[in-house]
Write a protein that binds this ligand. Structure first.
Ligand SMILES: Cc1ncc(COP(=O)(O)O)c(C=O)c1O
Length: 442
């Protein structure tokens, strides 16, 4: 048996069903079997390399095969690979919970664990409803989400997702949800600022809360950047205004920081830029450095206390087999160590500035609009392109040593926090070349 790319592709297509993929597209779009990863690069079996400019679906923070995370995991492997978390506890999960609580200044004092992001969203929704029920407000059963929101693919998370492509087929299975205006700053009318759009969007929430807050358990928001909507960015003012409305109308505020947390937007938690805390934060993706499936929900102590009782049915009986997996928690601890020891947030400010400067020529491109950036996320929208733009761009990118997957017409960069100057320059130059090439093919 040979060990080359075409062999692995054939075997994969015969046996593996890939996520978020119409498998027939692989008749024309390449499938890339990864042999190994080092730093920001992925390598295939033929020795070709790809700069992982989207951090492998937004999870990788400090590169592939990071020596410090690897060492922590090796050490943990010899100690404890896994133990159930009901009735037992262990050092990695305790230390991680303590450190995350400290990062919120103790405001969100308890952490509940799961594996994937969608599971954390399910937990936050269930906790919100059940906390109200325990408080004698069982009629608060509805959830509010934003236009263009994305919170995952499980039935509950999909119900608060507003992406027709992912949701429509499953409509009959999903609970009805209230959808409010997105604060996406691209909707600014003539003379309007991003803050004006934020105010308009908050007014939409206000109207809904005034009409029926007594039926609403929670509103769920991706703070600062609605990533899957196409890196739709908004002003932090929106988060402050919604916090005020939630306080006034007794509605829980859930911030889904699965994509935007862990330093992605410039602060460890995106909501720090608004100077407010929600009642729940969901985290996943980058928290394990992109190594292992780990997700969690941080809650305020009032929420925790709403479940604390002699009555078992008032407890939060949700569980997953791998809840609080020690290896995943240890990877997360190593990730937090790197943040602290390397002054990552500060260093990223420099990196983000260099990325912006290198991509600046595209701001004046007649076929590129809405160049925008928040921390280590940079995006622009291709103008006048067809539906196959994203797939063609991806294929051209791979031929130019880049892993980039536009969302519709939105081209975005979301690289690991380790790119050096040469990699930043190369990424920007190649992105622009691939853009030109893809436009020229249409
Ligand atoms: C904001 C947000 N929430 C939830 C999820 C779902 O996470 P997972 O894919 O790990 O289930 C994602 C995934 O992209 C996300 O971006």
């Amino acid at each position: 048996m040979t060990n080359n790319t075409s062999d692995w592709v054939a075997r994969s297509l015969k046996s593996v069903w890939h996520p978020c993929t119409q498998m027939q597209h692989h008749e024309t779009v390449p499938l890339i079997p990864v042999s190994h990863g080092r730093g920001a690069w992925l390598y295939d079996h033929d020795g070709r390399r790809y700069l992982d400019a989207i951090s492998s679906w937004w999870v990788n923070l400090f590169g592939h095969a990071n020596p410090r995370i690897n060492a922590a995991l090796r050490d943990q492997l010899d100690m404890l690979e896994h133990a159930m978390l009901a009735g037992f506890t262990h050092e990695p999960v305790i230390r991680l919970s303590e450190r995350l609580s400290a990062l919120t200044g103790g405001v969100l004092g308890h952490a509940f664990y799961a594996s994937d992001g969608a599971s954390a969203v399910e937990i936050a929704l269930k906790m919100s409803f059940h906390a109200w029920r325990n408080a004698g407000r069982g009629e608060k059963q509805e959830f509010v989400c934003l236009q263009g929101s994305y919170h995952g693919e499980t039935i509950g998370a999909l119900a608060v997702t507003d992406v027709a492509l992912f949701k429509d087929a499953y409509g009959p299975l999903l609970r009805a949800t209230q959808t409010v205006m997105s604060p996406d700053a691209r909707q600014a009318r003539d003379g309007e600022t991003a803050q004006d759009v934020a105010r308009r969007a908050a007014a939409d929430v206000q109207r809904l809360f005034e009409a029926k807050a007594d039926k609403i358990a929670a509103i769920i928001i991706e703070p600062l950047v609605q990533c899957a909507a196409g890196m739709a960015m908004h002003d932090p003012l929106y988060l402050q205004l919604v916090r005020e409305l939630c306080d006034k109308h007794a509605v829980h505020l859930i911030f889904d920081e699965i994509a935007v947390g862990c330093g992605r937007t410039g602060t460890f938690f995106a909501c720090e830029q608004a100077g407010i805390w929600p009642d729940f934060v969901t985290l996943s993706k980058g928290i394990s450095g992109g190594y292992l499936p780990l997700s969690l929900v941080l809650t305020r102590d009032e929420i925790y206390q709403a479940f604390y009782s002699a009555d078992i049915t008032r407890g939060f009986l949700h569980s997953h087999s791998y809840t609080g997996n020690p290896l995943a928690c240890r990877a997360a601890l190593a990730t937090l160590d790197i943040f602290e020891e390397d002054g990552v947030l500060e260093a990223n400010r420099g990196r983000a500035g260099k990325l912006a400067a290198a991509m600046a020529p595209l701001a004046d491109h007649p076929r590129a609009s809405n160049m925008r950036q928040r921390g280590m996320i940079l995006a622009f929208d291709a103008v006048g392109v067809d539906k196959a733009f994203s797939r063609r761009f991806f294929a051209n990118a791979t031929r130019n040593e880049l892993l980039l997957r536009p969302i519709g017409a939105t081209v975005y960069l979301m690289p690991p926090y380790i790119l050096d100057d040469e990699e930043i320059a190369g990424l920007a130059a190649r992105t622009q070349a691939v853009f030109e090439q893809t436009l020229a093919e249409a």
